[in-house]
Design a protein around this ligand. Structure first.
Ligand code: FAD
Length: 829
């Protein structure tokens, strides 16, 4: 096996060492700046509450594994998990609704959860104030991780398996040669390494800086206090009261006041997220000294009682028994926050052999460690890593300013009820397309993703609602799905299907792959045969070695040594760039480079049955089916502007994506809108696009399919050319093709014709939760709500299922896919 150095012996580092040792890796060294018995990082004082349910399937699966692992991690018959259950209470109706939604996530991701009445909350937690609580969500398998003890047991177990621990030794540098790590520097000398995994917790920024890697996390202090003993709880029999198993009641969350609770014997522990964000710079805390104990460690800052006043008042309201106590001990404990709340896991894009597993809660620690070990040993995590991939951020999101502002906002909002479409309030307008001024004039409603401002609909189209035919009328929506929605989208969808519409496609990632080795690179990494003539467009997949879908891309051959890739995320860019670097290093004659051209270009989707009329009035180029066939690209001039016209469509209508250099953007917009007037053109937004693409059966990578799915399951096998000599994932697909998929991405329609869902809702079949919705919309063309959903293969077209939405069951039917224009007659018009 390879020589691995792990930086940090907190709960994450110790788990990574353990997962690697379990997979037979021998040469593992863990370097820790603090003493091993209490290293002094966040783990050393973590109260260890594990609430497993999370909107993210990945995070929930990590938490489930942590519970499973810590239950089985035993010494003297005592495990490292006290499964007291978890209770989240609601004190306002909005929270009760939110808990229903959360119950849905639990069912979707396979966690047993129960919505319970106020009475049952009191039964389970008799100390609660009956006046305050209106209901709750109870999860029997949640509980308390004994993080410090688990860390010690893992250190023991891995040491016995041969791992070496070097305590009280800071890593001060990362040694490199030829773009690879070679070792770490410490005051007592170098330690050679083929692989380095930084598990440095909130010191991650400092370790990243050693290799020029921006690690987007912000250490923040968070208040945790212990009360004096509750007199009436004294002397109570507490099960298993050894090794810190000193709790019997469920762990408790009171999110309406940003609070959580656990027992410490007859004392109470209270955690609070309602105070002002208190950012910290790890570098200012210094390196752990020799003397570390319960009260002295870098991650433990002095308590600021003023910040805790509201918490204390509210705690006494929720748990009146606390009036018998006072605060015995409190501290401001430091741990990591990130711009989107997810952890940072994976390979550094700029340095071979350097990996990161940071900003990870105790809750997810074992799951994250398993994923890292899988990455290192097999090249692929079995659990999709999109929500925590280190390289998921756009360049602008790595700036110190962005990380600081958004991570603090995450702290503030940690327990807030947040709509899935809700954009950040700030920072905004980081990336705007050249069409932005015109879009504002048209009253665009913008939502933000990856720093981009993307119009969802245009208020200017409101007047057209009066002309909307009755079969296109949108349905009334409930209060939740009405947020970040407007019926104007119906108009925009209608105009796209019946006339013509202009969509801003600028925010989609565009990369150029160029050089004599471009074809070879893409032949190897994509599933289509890209050795086609210039002018061809291929819809293709990027697979991993096991056939899991890493992304779906459009590969357009512009010239013999120049391709353009329409991709999904920054992760795609880092993957392609790394593979290009490896290729040109290994065979310089096969030189290839990947360049992100997204920001320097812009793109307008012109789609609809009248699109050709508009184009013909703007260009002398031939846009007929012969002049530019479907799935072809050519250089053209539109309104005097040099452009690339891609004959493809994300909505299933005739038309082109017109891509130009960014400085011409406004001119193109004006020309298209002017010429389109005669043909009834509208500007249309993402909400319409999402509806039209689901009807047409087009998948969105990241939501509808991930690395956990293969092309057979996801229904995208047409993107795979099995006659091609070889490509990443081909062998796996050959194997998989013999087996037949066990699960399938299916298209659903909602039977009542009106109940719109938003995604991630569980699906019940024969009263069992068997799957979940990925993306959903109201299908304006088919006049009913539509959705994609993962279901077992045995649930087939025509069968009835139920979608759980805010605790209610909605009947749906597995429908044909696509729902709209299966023969492509609109598209090929
Ligand atoms: P750490 O435990 O900080 O370990 C990182 C290690 O790296 C440290 O030991 C450090 O000394 C070492 N290191 C750093 N730099 C170097 C270097 N240059 N050389 C050598 N060693 C280095 N999570 C939950 O899941 N549930 C909770 O209820 C919960 N409550 C919390 C309450 C508080 C008050 C706090 C502060 C955190 C809480 N957390 C909770 C979060 C959780 O504690 C952390 O996310 C988790 O412990 C992080 O583990 P880690 O191993 O990544 O980091």
């Amino acid at each position: 096996s390879q020589r691995v150095v792990i930086i940090g012996a907190g709960i994450v580092g110790a788990n990574v060492a353990d997962e690697l040792a379990q997979r037979g890796w021998k040469d593992i060294t863990v370097v820790e700046q603090g003493p091993l018995h209490m290293p002094g990082g966040s783990t050393s004082h973590a109260p260890g509450l594990v609430f497993q349910t999370n909107p993210s399937k990945t995070m929930t699966s990590f938490a489930k594994y942590t519970v499973e692992k810590f239950l089985s991690l035993k010494k003297d018959g005592q495990s490292c998990f006290n499964q007291v259950g978890g209770l989240e209470v609601a004190t306002i109706p909005e929270r009760m609704e939110e808990l229903k939604r959360k119950h849905g996530y639990a069912s979707s991701w396979g966690v047993d959860a129960r919505l319970i009445s106020a009475e049952e909350c009191l039964q389970r937690y008799p100390l609660l104030n009956p006046e305050s609580v209106i209901g709750g969500l109870y999860i029997p398998s949640d509980g308390l991780a004994l993080a410090a003890r688990a860390t010690q047991l893992l250190i023991e177990r891995t040491s016995a398996a041969g791992a070496k621990y070097i305590p009280s030794t800071p890593v001060t540098g990362i040694e490199r040669s030829g773009g690879r790590v070679t070792g770490v520097t410490t005051p007592s000398g170098s330690i050679p390494a083929d692989i380095i995994v930084s598990c440095a917790g909130f010191w991650g920024v400092e370790i990243g800086a050693m290799v020029g890697l921006e690690v987007p996390l912000l250490p923040l202090a968070h208040q945790y206090a212990k009360t004096t003993a509750v007199p009436s709880l004294k002397g109570r029999e507490i099960n298993n009261n050894i090794n810190g198993m000193n709790a019997t009641l469920p762990i408790l969350r009171h999110q309406d006041q940003d609070l959580y609770y656990r027992e410490h014997g007859d004392q109470y522990g209270i955690g609070y997220y309602g105070h002002r964000p208190m950012p910290v710079r790890a570098a200012d805390l210094g390196v752990t000294g020799k003397h570390v104990d319960e009260k002295n460690m870098p991650s433990r800052l002095n308590f600021t009682p003023k910040d805790f006043e509201t918490a204390w008042n509210e705690s006494q309201k929720l748990l009146p028994i606390l009036k018998e106590t006072h605060i015995a001990d409190g501290f401001n404990g430091v741990f990591s926050f990130t711009p989107d709340g997810g952890p940072l896991v994976g390979r550094a894009p700029n340095l071979e052999g350097f990996y990161v597993a940071e900003a990870v809660w105790v809750t997810h620690s074992a799951g994250v460690a398993r994923a890292v070990a899988e990455l290192l040993t097999t090249g692929r995590s079995e659990t999709d890593l999109a929500d925590c991939e280190l390289s998921r951020f756009e360049e602008i999101q790595l700036s110190k300013e962005y990380v600081s502002e958004t991570s603090q906002q995450n702290f503030v909002e940690i327990y807030d009820i947040i709509h899935p479409l809700a954009p950040k309030i700030s920072p905004r307008n980081l990336r705007i397309s050249p069409f932005n001024t015109r879009q504002r004039e048209l009253g665009a409603y913008f939502l933000e993703v990856g720093g981009w401002e993307r119009p969802f609909w245009y208020e200017a189209n409101k007047d057209l609602l009066q002309y909307l035919p009755s079969s296109w009328q949108p349905v009334e929506r409930d209060a939740w799905t009405s947020q970040h929605y407007s019926p104007i989208s119906a108009v925009e969808a209608w105009k796209t299907r019946k006339a013509v519409a202009a969509y801003d496609m600028t925010a989609f990632h565009r990369f150029e792959v160029s050089g004599p080795g471009a074809q070879d690179l893409l032949q190897r990494l994509t599933t289509s045969d890209v050795a086609k003539d210039s002018g061809n467009i291929m819809y293709s997949l990027l697979l991993d070695e096991q056939g899991g879908i890493k992304s779906d891309v459009f590969v357009s051959r512009i010239a013999s040594d120049l391709y353009q890739i329409g991709a999904n995320t920054a992760v795609d860019f880092h993957y392609l760039s790394r593979e290009a670097l490896l290729q040109r290093t290994q065979s310089p004659s096969q030189y290839v480079q990947v360049r992100d051209i997204t920001g320097g270009t812009c793109c307008l989707g012109l789609w609809g049955p009248r699109a050709r009329d508009v184009m013909d009035s703007l260009s002398t180029d031939d846009f007929s089916n012969k002049g530019l066939p479907y799935f072809h690209v050519k250089r053209v001039t539109v309104a005097g502007i040099p452009a690339l016209a891609f004959r493809k469509s994300y909505v299933g209508e005739l038309g082109w994506e017109i891509q130009i250099s960014a400085e011409y953007g406004q001119r193109l917009w004006d020309a298209v809108m002017q010429a389109g007037k005669l043909h009834g053109i509208v500007a249309a937004g993402r909400a319409a696009l999402n509806s039209l693409r689901i009807e047409k059966g087009y998948r969105t990578y990241g939501s509808d399919m991930t690395t956990e799915h293969n092309p057979f399951e996801a229904g995208v096998v047409s993107a795979v050319d099995m006659t091609k000599k070889d490509f990443v994932g081909k062998a796996a697909l050959q194997r998989l093709s013999q087996q037949g998929p066990t699960k399938r991405l299916r298209c659903l329609t909602i039977d009542d014709g009106r109940s719109v869902v938003l995604g991630k809702e569980p699906i019940f079949f024969e009263d069992q939760a068997v799957g979940y919705v990925t993306t959903a919309a109201f299908g304006f063309t088919v006049s009913k709500p539509v959705a994609f959903a993962w279901l077992p293969s045995r649930v087939t077209e025509g069968q009835s299922v139920e979608v759980e939405y805010f605790g209610r069951r909605i009947r749906a039917t597995v429908s044909s896919d696509p729902l709209f224009d299966a023969s492509n007659s609109q598209l090929l018009a």
